[in-house]
Design a protein around this ligand. Sequence first.
Ligand SMILES: C[S@@+](CC[C@H](N)C(=O)[O-])C[C@H]1O[C@@H](n2cnc3c(N)ncnc32)[C@H](O)[C@@H]1O
Length: 254
Amino acid sequence: MSTKTIQMTPALSTYLQTVGLREAAILTQLRAKTAQMTGAQMQISPEQGQFMAMLVTLLGAKKTIDIGTFTGYSALVVALALPDDGNVITCDINKQATDIAKRFWCNAHMENKIDLRLAPAVETLQQLMAAGEANTFDFIFIDADKNNYAAYYELSLQLVRPGGLIAIDNVLWNGRVADPAINDEATLSIRALNAKIHDDERVMMSLVPIGDGLTLVRKNLTDHVDHRLAKEGNKLDIKEEQEMADEDLRKDYF
Ligand SMILES: C[S@@+](CC[C@H](N)C(=O)[O-])C[C@H]1O[C@@H](n2cnc3c(N)ncnc32)[C@H](O)[C@@H]1O
């Protein structure tokens, strides 16, 4: 009954967390620990974490990447939602923060599901490409340094499978993206990526105003279709293409 997204007041935010959040105790403890640290505001909100857990469950995800570990909340909330044979590769360069993350993953008995790569995330993603992991990941969460967002997006688009999901954090950047007077490097980078994704025909997209803004990007199924078109050498109309894409998805993922 509304044509606009509701404004979130502090009272409404508290209410949302009261009736809308079912957070595991270990995640609440991790938030309490992180709140004492410098940079605590970098952690995702618990309702966003819960939303991401819902998404990976709906996807039936097993292989996931978390770009930007910090104290490990996003990696842990996803790991807890994955099946026993699921896995999170998480990328960061901060040893001190990720040492805390590792303690909480162990306490949650999730250490075997979470693989920390302590290196610049672009290098880790390039290594995964070189290891032949393109088109194999079900879910990728982008939440590291904003200046590299364009590179994270393009590498993620290669690594995620057709029909898989990329979630990009901080796309509203505390409102700065909508203020033309603000033109620092991080704001320009996020603004440019938002515009690019809006026009990107390789994906389906939705910008969700949860937390600091979370863009969901679903990779089209056409990689496989393109491959088959090249092999079969004929031109299909859109309906036939969609039917082939659906058939590929059924065959490969169910
Ligand atoms: C916003 S925080 C991640 C928050 C985390 N997702 C959570 O749920 O708590 C961003 C993280 O990206 C890391 N980072 C910054 N530059 C990086 C780079 N080039 N490669 C990998 N990680 C980087 C920072 O050290 C920081 O821990």
